[in-house]
Design a protein around this ligand. Structure first.
Ligand code: GLU
Length: 444
């Protein structure tokens, strides 16, 4: 059997780390096992769906390297949902309901008062033709509920193992809104069924949807796909906002994170694997196994992302980074310079600071420490330099002047770089060389 999976975001906002994790897991799953990946936009909610968000979703996925073999959007498929509706009505599995929201709320409160669970009581099945005629006259429009069968609903979940629900313990879900628009619960099953999706991997927040959708698949005569529900993602402070906040992918891109840092973290969070940087998708695919995903909530921490980003850059070969440097207008960075600085970058664009410090003009700061800088200049070891040079030099200055810590390093940094902060001086020294350092110490 060829696998077929889908990622089905609603274009009502930007992709965030939570839904991209779902996309990525589906993608890795199918790239590992062989099969097809579909990007499907769940845009039946035409009021909240936006073409800008749809375009942004595609752009963000491309940036990450999550490619799709097929594409669909639900707003093109209303005819299929209409046909499914007719089929379910004819089979007696979809029934019209005329209750208003207020009536339902009151009923739920009464149930709560009696200590009963808030399950829909199927009152709509008992209304008479006369009632319906009256409702219609009042201008009411029906919404439609799916009649669940009272039987155990079970599936073997790729992540959670055996999952079991009892039909009677769940409300008959509304599938068609009062204005005739099919809801996600139905549209998704019709798509998955008609398109032949074999595996549905999504967040744990969909477990109860799955319970009812299993019965809808059966009622429409489709094979029930295999399900996997990933544990949710949280930040240290709590729930990850689904729609807003700085956890969206474009913010991360704007902040200068590498796509593979994002992919490495999101693919390994909540698994038994260590979180480490993967240089490319191929390596991530090789290491992927859905069985490695656990049931505990995964904690998303941007510091992990920062750590991965630094590590990725530190090991990035010049050939890989060259086109990126050109795009950032740092084409002048050659291999030697890259190899020298790559271990000191938080973000790729920080390379601009290094370049400016090494090759740019350093405005000599007003020297308040002339005597100290003269001493430092005197003690600067002659070339050739090694990685020990920095330590030897600063030790010698320390001995000669009695200074240490900030008093020692700050004036050196200021004289050499013209800045209050910046890249590690130790690494910088080698890039500048004896003559440059000496000139800058004297110019200050
Ligand atoms: N549009 C749904 C969501 O973003 C899709 C869920 C599913 O994968 O079925 O939550």
């Amino acid at each position: 059997m060829t696998l077929f999976v889908r990622f089905a975001p609603s274009p009502t906002g930007y992709l965030h780390v939570g839904n991209v994790r779902t996309a990525l897991v589906n993608w890795l799953f199918v790239r590992k096992a062989g099969g097809r990946f579909m990007l499907r936009l769940d845009d039946t909610d035409t009021e909240r769906s936006r073409v800008e968000f749809a375009a942004a979703i595609e752009e963000d996925l491309r940036w990450l390297g999550v490619s799709w073999d097929e594409f669909a959007k639900q707003s093109d498929r209303f005819d299929s949902y209409e046909a499914a509706k007719a089929e379910l009505v004819a089979a007696g599995r979809l029934y019209p309901c005329y209750e208003t929201q207020e009536e339902l709320d009151i009923r739920r409160k009464l149930q709560a008062g009696r200590g009963l669970p808030p399950i829909y009581d199927r009152a709509a099945l008992k209304v008479t033709d006369a009632d319906i005629a009256r409702f219609e006259k009042e201008g009411r429009k029906p919404h439609y509920r799916f009649l669940l069968e009272d039987k155990p609903i079970t599936w073997h979940d790729l992540v959670r193992g055996e999952v079991k629900f009892q039909g009677a313990h769940v409300s008959d879900p509304v599938l068609i809104r009062e204005d005739g628009v099919p809801l996600y619960t139905l549209a998704s099953v019709v798509d998955d069924g008609e398109m032949g999706i074999t595996h549905i991997i999504r967040g744990e927040d969909h477990v109860s949807n799955t319970a009812v959708q299993v019965q809808i698949f059966e009622a429409l005569g489709y094979d029930v796909p295999v399900f996997g529900h990933l544990a949710l993602l949280k930040t240290k402070d709590g729930e990850l906002s689904k729609r807003v906040g700085g956890n969206d992918i474009r913010s991360l891109r704007d902040e200068g994170f590498e796509p593979m840092a994002v992919n490495s973290l999101l693919a390994k969070m909540g698994t038994s694997d260590a979180i480490e940087p993967f240089a490319d998708m191929k390596a991530l695919v090789e290491s992927f196994d859905i069985a490695k995903f656990g049931r505990a909530t995964a904690i998303y921490d941007v510091h992990d992302l920062e750590r991965l980003n630094e590590k990725l850059l530190a090991h990035m070969p010049y050939e890989a980074v060259k086109p990126r440097l050109e795009a950032l207008e740092f084409a002048q960075v050659d291999e030697a310079f890259w190899n020298f600085v790559r271990g000191n970058l938080k973000k790729l664009r920080d390379i601009g600071d290094w370049w400016a410090i090494v090759h740019g003009h350093v405005k000599p700061p007003a020297a308040t420490d002339r005597e100290f800088l003269d001493k430092a200049a005197q003690l600067l070891p002659p070339e050739p330099w090694s990685t020990d040079t920095w330590g030897q030099w600063t030790n010698a200055i320390k001995q000669a002047t009695g200074r240490k810590g900030k008093d020692l390093f700050h004036p050196l940094r200021l004289a050499i770089t013209g800045r209050e902060d910046g890249p590690e001086l130790k690494a910088l020294l080698g890039l500048l060389g004896y003559t440059n350092v000496l000139t800058r110490l004297k110019a200050a």
